[in-house]
Ligand binder design. Structure first.
Ligand SMILES: C=C1C[C@]23C[C@@]1(O)CC[C@H]2[C@@]12CCC[C@@](C)(C(=O)O1)[C@H]2[C@@H]3C(=O)O
Ligand SMILES: O=C(O)CCC(=O)C(=O)O
Ligand SMILES: [Fe+2]
Length: 378
C-alpha cells in the first residue's frame, strides 16, 4: 500500500501544528471587496456583453485579475466539476498516494508544487494533470477504470471542452484590450501561433476546513507562471489578491457561477509588461472545505515567449527577453535564491509604466514580499 503523501490528515486535525503555522500571515490586513468605497472592488468582466476592451485593459493593467461573468459555462457543469473533485479528494490517503507526484514531475497528486519554496506547510492538497489527457493520468488513482473513474473523466473532459473554447475567447478579448485590430488578431503570425498551440493544465485543490484558519495558509503568495489562469471556486471565499499602497490582501468574492481570471508571468512578458501578473494566495475557512479548480493556459514547452511586436509601442524596445516555460521555471528558481523575481531577471528594457497607487505588487522577490517569520528566505 502506498504511504500517505500528507504527514497528517488535515480533515481530522483538531489543531494547526507548528509546521503549518504562518507567522507573518497577517502582517498586511485582509480586506474584502466592498471596503474602501470601491477602491478594493475586484473588477468584474461580463463576457455576455462582449468583454468591454477598455474594462478588460484596466483590470489587466491594474489588478492582473478579474471576476468573469457571462462566460457561458453552465452553472450545473461547474457544480458537477466541484462534486467530482470533492469525491477525488475524499478518497483514502493510500489511494491518492498511488498517484503521488514524483520529484521533478509536473503531474500527479500532492502538496502544491510551490511548497519547495517555503519551509512552512500549506493547508491543502492538489492534483495536477494535462486537461486534455485526464484518462491516462487518473488511471493511477483508479487502475480498474471503474464507474468512479469514468464519471470523473467524463465530467473533466466536458469541462475541458468548455474551458478550451473560453480560453480562446479570452485570448481574443485580451488581444482586443491591447488595442490589436481584428486583422492583427486573425492574421498576426505570433497571435495565431499562440491561439493554435496553447496548452492547458488542471490543478484542482482542496482546502479542508481548518480548526485555526487564522494561523494557516492554503496556498502561499505567488504569481502563476503561464499566460492565463481561469479559476472555478466553491462559493467559499479564500483567494486573495495582493494590493499596494497601502499593502493589503483583497479577498475575491465567490458568487455562484462566476469564474476568476488571473494573469501569469508569461502573459506579462507577452504583453511587454502592459498586462501584469497578479500576486495572490489562498486562505482557508474555519467552517467549510473550499475547492478551487484552476485551469492553467500557457505556451507549449518548446515555444519561446517574447513580447508581441504589436504590444511594443513604436520607438520602444521589447522589455523582456524571449523565454520558454521551462526556462522561466529555472529563472524563477534562481531568482528565489537571490530574492529577485523571475520577471526582473528576464527584463532587458523598461516596461511601460504600471499603476502607481493601489496597483499590483511590483516585480520583487517573494522573500521581501513576505515578512520575517515567513521563512522563505532560502
Ligand atoms: C501548469 C502549472 C502551473 C503550476 C505548475 C503546473 O505545472 C501545475 C500546478 C500549478 C501550480 C498551482 C499552485 C501554484 C503554482 C505556482 C504551483 O506551484 O503549482 C502553480 C504553477 C505555476 O503557475 O507555475
Ligand atoms: O485557490 C484558489 O482560488 C487559487 C489557486 C491558485 O492560485 C493556484 O492554483 O495557482
Ligand atoms: Fe495561483
Amino acid at each position: 500500500m502506498a504511504a500517505p503523501v500528507l504527514d497528517i490528515d488535515l480533515r481530522s486535525a483538531e489543531r494547526v501544528p507548528e509546521t503549518y503555522a504562518w507567522a507573518g500571515r497577517d502582517d498586511h490586513p485582509s480586506v474584502d471587496s466592498s471596503s474602501s468605497a470601491g477602491r478594493d472592488a475586484v473588477p468584474v468582466v461580463d463576457l455576455a456583453a462582449g468583454g468591454d476592451p477598455g474594462a478588460v485593459a484596466r483590470a489587466a493593467e491594474e489588478w492582473g485579475a478579474f471576476l468573469l461573468v457571462g462566460h457561458g459555462v453552465p452553472a450545473e457543469l461547474l457544480a458537477r466539476v466541484e462534486e467530482q473533485v470533492a469525491r477525488l479528494f475524499a478518497l483514502p490517503a493510500a489511494t491518492k498516494a498511488r498517484a503521488a507526484r514524483r520529484p521533478g514531475e509536473a503531474n500527479g497528486y500532492g502538496r502544491p508544487p510551490i511548497e519547495i519554496r517555503f519551509e512552512t506547510l500549506m493547508w491543502s492538497e492538489g492534483y495536477a494533470f494535462p486537461a486534455g489527457d485526464v484518462r491516462a493520468e487518473l488511471r493511477r488513482v483508479w487502475p480498474d477504470a471503474g464507474d468512479d473513474y469514468l464519471r470523473f473523466c467524463d465530467v473533466m473532459e466536458e469541462y475541458h471542452g468548455e474551458m478550451k473554447a473560453l480560453g480562446n475567447k479570452l485570448l481574443d478579448v485580451f488581444f482586443r484590450a491591447l488595442g490589436l485590430t481584428d486583422e492583427q488578431i486573425a492574421g498576426g503570425e505570433a497571435e495565431r501561433r499562440i491561439r493554435d498551440t496553447m496548452t492547458a493544465t488542471m490543478h484542482p485543490i482542496m482546502y479542508p476546513r481548518c480548526p485555526e484558519p487564522e494561523r494557516a495558509l492554503g496556498l502561499a503568495v505567488h504569481t502563476d507562471s503561464g499566460f492565463i489562469t481561469v479559476i472555478m471556486q466553491s462559493p467559499v471565499p479564500g483567494l486573495q489578491l495582493r494590493r499596494r499602497r497601502p499593502d493589503r490582501w483583497v479577498t475575491v468574492p465567490a458568487p455562484e457561477g462566476a469564474l476568476v481570471v488571473v494573469l501569469g508571468d508569461l502573459f506579462q512578458v507577452l504583453t511587454n509588461g502592459r498586462f501584469r501578473s497578479a500576486l495572490h494566495r489562498a486562505v482557508v475557512s474555519g467552517e467549510r472545505d473550499r475547492i478551487s479548480v484552476p485551469y492553467f493556459l500557457g505556451p507549449p514547452h518548446d515555444m519561446a515567449v517574447a513580447p508581441l511586436a504589436s504590444a511594443v509601442p513604436p520607438g520602444r524596445k521589447a522589455a523582456f527577453r524571449a523565454v520558454t516555460w521551462p526556462e522561466y521555471a529555472a529563472v524563477r528558481d534562481k531568482a528565489r535564491r537571490t530574492d529577485s523575481s523571475a520577471l526582473t531577471m528576464l527584463k532587458v528594457a523598461e516596461e511601460e509604466e504600471g499603476e502607481e497607487d493601489g496597483g499590483v505588487a511590483p516585480n520583487q522577490g517573494l522573500a521581501s514580499l513576505m515578512n520575517k517569520g515567513c521563512d522563505n528566505n532560502a
